[in-house]
Design a protein around this ligand. Structure first.
Ligand code: E4P
Length: 218
């Protein structure tokens, strides 16, 4: 499973990138707003740090506007993936970008039929939002399983499942077990993946025992 990082914060992306933990990046209008920075500068800067796919989202809701904005975003760097909302107009725009061979990430997916439509439109990625589904009382991880099962039934559906709206480390485990192609993970949660209380206790015990020997390795 690929790890994308779900942020528009350059500092966080650089830090994780140095650890080789970033296969790609996803942004959205809310993350750009939170960063307080200009979208085009931000996307260009991210693309200089990360050679993998970097999703930048259109904000127009009409087909012509989406196509125009998507072309502008894609012109910023060759690894920009145009992120489009899962609406009827968004699917039309996705079809157009498929024809133009511009990669797409169809976002705000909350159901299996929506994911099927995104794949039929030739989306490179579809982003099911599991945390936001959980918030409504529906198990978001189950949706990843449904989409995986559907896509695996048909050789001509090549869209990659990008598990989004990940809120905890358990989400990461579960989507990896189901076979999501990508998980886009907020930096805070990515760093939490390393943590386990038994690791901390075990290390502390080892170091105490080691100190009692009086030995040194260097
Ligand atoms: C992914 O592409 C989305 O930007 C993101 O995962 C949404 O996450 P949220 O529901 O925590 O805002």
């Amino acid at each position: 499973m690929k790890f994308f990082v779900d942020t528009a914060e350059i500092k966080e992306i650089s830090e994780l990138s140095e650890m080789n933990l970033v296969d790609g990046v996803t942004t959205n209008p809310s993350l750009i707003a939170k960063s307080g920075n200009d979208i085009k500068e931000t996307i260009k800067n991210i693309c200089q740090i990360v050679p993998g796919p970097v999703s930048a989202e259109v904000t127009a809701t009409d087909i012509n506007g989406m196509i125009e904005e998507g072309k502008i975003l894609h012109s910023l760097a060759p690894n920009v993936v145009v992120k489009i909302p899962l609406t009827w107009e968004g699917l039309e725009a996705c079809n157009k970008f498929t024809e133009l061979k511009i990669p797409t990430n169809v976002t705000l997916c909350f159901s299996a039929p929506q994911a099927l439509l995104a794949a039929k439109a030739g989306a490179t990625y579809v982003s099911p939002f599991i945390g936001r589904l959980d918030d409504t009382g529906i198990n978001g991880v189950d949706l990843i399983g449904e989409i995986r099962a559907i896509y695996d039934n048909y050789d001509d559906l090549n869209t990659m499942i990008l598990a989004a709206s990940i809120r905890n480390i358990n989400h990461v485990t579960q989507v990896a077990m189901i076979g999501a192609d990508v998980a886009t993970i907020p930096p805070k949660i990515l760093k939490e993946l390393v943590k386990h209380p038994l690791t901390d206790i075990g290390l502390s015990n080892f170091l105490d025992d080691w100190a009692s020997t009086g030995q040194k390795i260097r």
